[in-house]
Design a protein around this ligand. Structure first.
Ligand code: ATP
Length: 308
């Protein structure tokens, strides 16, 4: 099956600085693909290249098999874009914003009016369609930007940080729309929210300094970076005695205690056996391997240092 998005060794340099470095990627049709990375990782640069707003220094990319270098017009016809900023026309009503977009894409009023009715309904904006965007909340403006990106029925939708600044209700509503789109189109989104990537994306890529660090489903990423040697042990009694004992074991790297529950980091995976031997007579309520969150995977890959 042809890929909806294909990047081949894309490099983008700003002067001597490489924001994206020989980046390759293939995204299957119908996927919700999430690109994660700290500030300055290169996510927006990649979206700008894929949406033909910027040319790469080297390499080529294809959207629905159209080259961004030689078939920019065709690329723009098949994509919808939700940029980081709500760049609505504040002197046009919500409906007029959508209609203008339809006209710019060469649609006839008969085609775009029907589509606009559907989109206003889908995004819950029907009753506000004749109002100006400045009178809308952040969540409503964002929904209108998403609706606008869908007027011409794109095959690939790009969402650059779609829910930044939205309240939890608006975020979840937007996730619902995106989930509903999955069947008919490919979605490429960037986000800083791990729960968003976890809830929404079929496939997640973590990037930093212009290169890919990890790629897979949320479950695969957690699995691959699972801290196979961090265990939680809850004692029924004698917690104080075990605290001292555990801290003294040569194969225990660290012990964190919270009441009668201990988080024990072993120096390697094999140390579970001697640990079980030492806890042989203990009255244990619960023992489990600690699964990392997607956020812990992200931090372990990209480090804790603050970015620009
Ligand atoms: N026009 C430009 N000129 C010079 N450097 C730039 C330019 N645009 C981006 N950069 C640099 O390229 C790097 C990647 O930027 P980019 O905006 O792609 O990152 P990002 O992952 O989208 O970050 P954020 O999460 O903050 O949006 C950053 O170091 C940024 O400072």
């Amino acid at each position: 099956m042809p890929h909806a998005i294909r990047l081949h060794e894309i490099t983008k340099s700003y002067g001597g600085f490489k924001a994206v470095d020989r980046f390759s990627l293939e995204v299957e049709r119908g996927t919700v693909f999430g690109l994660l990375g700290p500030n300055g990782a290169g996510k927006t640069t990649l979206i700008k290249i894929l949406t033909t707003l910027m040319r790469p220094t080297h390499g080529d990319a294809f959207v629905e098999e159209f080259s961004i270098l030689t078939a920019g017009k065709s690329v723009r016809r098949v994509i919808g874009v939700v940029p980081q900023e709500n760049n609505l026309d504040r002197y046009l009503t919500a409906r007029e914003n959508l209609a203008l977009h339809g006209r710019l894409h060469g649609l006839r009023p008969a085609a775009y009016n029907r589509r606009i009715d559907e989109l206003l309904e889908m995004t819950g904006l029907t009753s506000r369609q004749n109002d100006f965007p400045d009178t809308f909340s952040g969540g409503m403006q964002r929904r209108l930007v998403v609706a606008r990106a869908l007027v011409h029925e794109p095959r690939v939708l790009f969402l650059d940080e779609p829910t930044t600044g939205l309240d939890p209700q608006s975020r979840r509503a937007l996730w619902e729309y995106v989930r509903g789109l999955r069947r008919n189109m490919t979605v490429f989104l960037t986000t800083h929210y791990m729960d968003e990537a976890d809830a929404l994306c079929d496939r997640i890529m973590i990037m930093d300094h212009g290169v890919c660090l990890a790629d897979g489903t949320a479950a695969e990423l957690k699995d691959a970076f699972s801290r196979a040697h961090v265990y939680q042990v809850e004692f029924r009694r004698d917690s104080d005695r075990y605290e001292g004992m555990l801290a003294g074991l040569s194969f225990v790297r660290s012990v964190e205690r919270s009441g009668s529950t201990f988080q024990i980091t072993l120096s390697d995976e094999e140390s579970i056996k001697p640990l079980m031997d030492c806890l042989g007579g203990a009255d244990i309520r619960r023992i489990c391997l600690k699964e990392p969150s997607l956020e812990e995977v992200f931090i372990s890959l990209t480090g804790e240092k603050l970015r620009e």
